[in-house]
Design a protein around this ligand. Structure first.
Ligand code: ADP
Length: 644
């Protein structure tokens, strides 16, 4: 058979370089990765056979086998699972499909030191490639179940790999690592030592549900026996099973160490880091199930992409049924990883059936509540951990305020927000309400791109002046949930950039004499400006929001804000552009002067330009863009020139 040589995809090559020159100190984990892949391959074969009985594959003794050869310095991890076709090997092993990887590599380039690098590498499961941390050449021999010929893949990890079709490959995959020369300084990391292998399997892969076997260390006699197959000279040694195969979720809490839970998490989540929280749930009764869920410590890079794989693993009576079972948790908990093992489901259950199953629905509700109550507990008992959680997943969880009215209160109870009350410490709505000033009826918030841009927005001026707290919301979802939730403990949630704002002294219901006088004074100007700006604004009125700026634009109480409009458009929905309202600050010299000039002058051409400029400035101040930027700049430049 001819051997063909291929080049690794760019990202794959970069990752490999990293592995070869790895700064990652815990190299032992390569074995965990290989065993984890083998275990997945066995799961896949068992399922495929279940669906298609005619598949020509032997599933009678599915297992993983580890062989070490001290003299040749090789280590082989073999499974008799699903295997890969020739094309699959090239696609799965020669490229990196994970969309987060490019970002990861970029961050890595920017990491200044080894510690930073190690931290980053730890964030990404590099799976199969991690073998290159300990080996200078890797060979993979595989045959897909049901196919007659196999494929051999070989690489030294340096830019190219070779592929070759082979006739006599056993079903499944074996990965052989040609280990780097022994380090006499570091006997602890001798991967030809059966003791070392046992230790690593016990530590990282004990829960794997398939047996991981290894031959006891070959004695010289046994080695000589290899040629005479049926070994008259003595009994062939029995392979030893290294893992206990016990499903952690079926064992009681005190039988399992935190480390064991963490290793299961890493296997399931393809994460190299410990989870933030482990959640156990055992449901008894008519519909029995056990769940072991994990809150990761870091949000994955693709959490907000459309094809993010959500869901937990589903088992039925210890037998793996499917990955990413999305029916078991709502989309806003898509970051939760784990296992759910149900006693009374059919092994043939499909995703479609699960979506409609009443028991599954009940499970989802219970699991959702359990996750939320765990977060709440974390918040009361371990603020630091909660802070990490909220930083990583708060944005996703807030989606639940919109999509899951049943648990809205539970989500609100654990939600926290940046606020003008404190520069760095976020607040809950409860704390906000406790701090509300006498006479303050509403909970105020403002949305925007960043804390800084919100704080500098003209809408904030009167609030700052009067020391009224405002929530500073910067996530796209914030406007949507604030709208959907509407109120908290009887207090309305109000955007300071929407509708009329009347802060006590100028309550609409009791207009004072001053206010009336002013309105009269400005009535002419306001009406005229509205005409001038017709098409751009729906109204021009006096503001009680402003103390420093001359003008600002606000949305009508029930209109979409520009940010929301943009969001809907980004999602491909047609929404009409809502006209805004221009508010003027009657205490500002520019506005006063404009009013004066309006009253005195016959020819108002100049003033029309001023009105347009004022509107443009208000739009700019909230981070928007004047309708015709070039025209705005020209008008502005003319004015400045004349002012010289
Ligand atoms: P990951 O396991 O995170 O997907 P890997 O680089 O470890 O990344 O593996 C890439 C893919 O190669 C796997 O998703 C799987 O499809 C395939 N693969 C790896 N090892 C095996 C194996 N032992 N048997 C069958 N397929 C495998």
């Amino acid at each position: 058979m001819s051997t063909e040589t291929f080049e690794f995809q760019v990202e794959a090559r970069q990752l490999l370089q990293l592995m070869i020159h790895s700064v990652y100190s815990n190299k032992d984990v390569f074995l965990r990765e290989l065993v984890s892949n083998a275990s997945d391959a066995l799961d896949k074969l068992r399922l495929e056979k279940l669906w298609d009985d005619s598949l020509d594959a032997d599933v009678s003794d599915l297992h993983i086998e580890i062989d070490v050869d001290k003299d040749a310095r090789t280590l082989t991890v073999r499974d008799n699972g699903i295997g890969m076709s020739y094309d699959e090997v090239g696609r799965l092993i020669g490229t990196i499909a994970n969309s987060g990887t490019a970002k990861f590599l970029q961050e890595l380039k920017e990491a200044k030191d080894a510690a930073g690098e190690e931290g980053l590498i730890g964030q990404f499961g590099v799976g199969f490639y991690s073998g290159f941390m300990v080996a200078d050449e890797v060979t993979l021999l595989t045959r897909r179940a049901g196919e007659s010929r196999g494929t051999r893949w070989t690489s030294r990890g340096e830019g190219t790999y070779t592929l070759e079709t082979v006739d006599d490959a056993p079903q499944g995959t074996s990965v052989t690592l040609h280990l780097k020369p022994a380090d006499p300084e570091n006997q602890l990391h001798d991967y030809t030592s059966p003791w070392k292998i046992k230790e690593i399997i016990k530590r990282y892969s004990d829960f794997i549900t398939w047996p991981v076997r290894m031959m006891p260390e070959a004695t010289p006699v046994a080695a000589a026996d290899e040629s005479s197959e049926d070994g008259e000279g003595g009994k062939a040694p029995e392979p030893e099973t290294l893992n206990s195969m016990k499903a952690l979720w079926a064992r009681s809490r005190d039988e399992v160490s935190d480390d064991e839970y963490h290793e299961l998490y890493k296997h399931i989540a393809h994460d190299w880091r410990d989870p933030l929280e482990t959640i156990r749930l055992q449901a008894e009764g008519t519909f029995e199930y056990q769940a072991l869920l994990f809150l990761p410590a870091h949000a994955p890079h693709d959490l907000f992409t459309r094809d993010f794989q959500r869901g937990v693993q589903l088992y039925v009576k210890r037998v793996f049924i499917m990955d990413d079972c999305e029916a078991l948790l709502p989309p806003y908990l898509r970051f939760v990883k784990g296992v759910v093992d149900a006693a009374d489901l059919s092994l043939n259950v499909s995703r479609e059936i699960l979506q409609q199953d009443r028991h599954i629905e009940l499970m989802r509700r219970r699991l959702t509540k359990k996750v939320l109550s765990t977060v709440k507990e974390m918040k009361t008992k371990d603020q630091e951990r909660y802070d990490t959680f909220w930083r990583e997943f708060g944005t996703v969880l807030k989606e639940g305020l919109v999509t899951d009215p049943e648990n809205r209160d539970a989500v609100l109870a654990v939600a926290s927000f940046a606020s003008t009350h404190h520069d760095t410490e976020p607040t809950t709505l409860k704390q906000y309400v406790e701090r509300m000033k006498d006479g303050q009826e509403d909970i105020y918030y403002l949305t925007g791109e960043s804390r800084q841009s919100i704080e500098n927005s003209p809408h904030m001026e009167a609030f700052r002046d009067r020391g009224i707290e405002v929530l500073l919301l910067t996530d796209a979802v914030d406007e949507v949930w604030a709208d959907a939730v509407g109120e908290y403990e009887g207090k309305k949630l109000r955007s300071v950039a929407k509708g009329r704002i009347d802060l006590g002294a100028e309550d609409e219901d009791t207009p004072d004499a001053d206010r009336e006088k002013r309105t009269e004074e400005y009535a002419g100007l306001l009406g005229w400006m509205k005409e001038q700006l017709d098409g751009d604004v729906k109204d021009v009125r006096l503001s009680s929001r402003l103390t420093v700026s001359p003008a600002c634009v606000v949305s009508d109480a029930h209109d979409l804000t520009p940010a929301l409009e943009n969001m809907y458009r980004a999602m491909g929905q047609e929404v009409p552009r809502a006209k805004r309202i221009l508010e003027l600050n009657p205490d500002h010299q520019l506005v006063k002067g404009l009013n004066q000039a309006y009253k005195e002058r016959e020819d108002r051409t100049e003033l029309a330009d001023t009105a347009e400029l004022l509107h443009g400035l208000a739009v700019l101040a909230e981070g928007g863009q004047p309708k015709e930027p070039a025209r705005f700049v020209k008008l502005m430049a003319d004015r400045l020139e004349r002012a010289l």
